[in-house]
Design a protein around this ligand. Structure first.
Ligand code: FES
Length: 155
């Protein structure tokens, strides 16, 4: 039994109100919502994939491409933006060579832009797993990525 089939056994077939919990469970298990997963969920719930994508894209929490082994969350809330998150994001884009929400070719990294993480006084803020980096500047990015590569290679 595939992981997705296993998740679906916890829910009632045809129950549209189970969509969001199912999507959350699949993403928690797989890291993202693959096309195959969406098709299987649609079949199980009796919903079109178009409707599922339409609802899922309404929520920021869902990803449709796999994340890198190290996934960074960059605060682009108002205070961090005023404190330079734009330059930080540009540096990250240049260093990693990818846009937000896309994994790097080697699968090591991905990053997403998020709203306020509650650390405005210490912004710009970057989060990787349980680690928070504060007062991050664009010039810190190459060194940060170099150190995180070591962690990515251990995963
Ligand atoms: S705006 Fe970035 S932590 Fe609040």
């Amino acid at each position: 039994m595939s992981k997705i089939e296993d998740i679906l056994t916890r829910y009632r077939s045809g129950s549209h109100e189970s969509l969001i919990p199912i999507l959350q469970d699949v993403q928690a298990e797989e890291g993202y919502l693959s096309e195959e997963a969406v098709v299987n969920i649609g079949r199980f719930l009796g919903m079109s994939t178009t409707k599922i994508y339409g609802l899922a894209t309404f929520y920021d929490q869902f990803r449709f491409v796999p994340a890198g082994r190290i996934h960074l969350r960059i605060c682009n809330g108002t205070t961090c933006f005023i404190n330079g998150s734009g330059k930080l994001i540009a540096a990250l884009k240049e260093t990693l060579g990818v846009e937000p929400d896309q994994p790097t070719r080697d699968g090591r990294f991905s990053y997403e832009l998020v709203a306020c993480m509650g650390g405005c006084n210490d912004g710009p803020v970057v989060c990787s797993g349980d680690s928070f980096y504060t007062h991050v500047r664009a010039e810190d990015i190459p060194e940060m990525i170099k150190k995180l590569k070591v962690l990515a290679d251990l995963k």
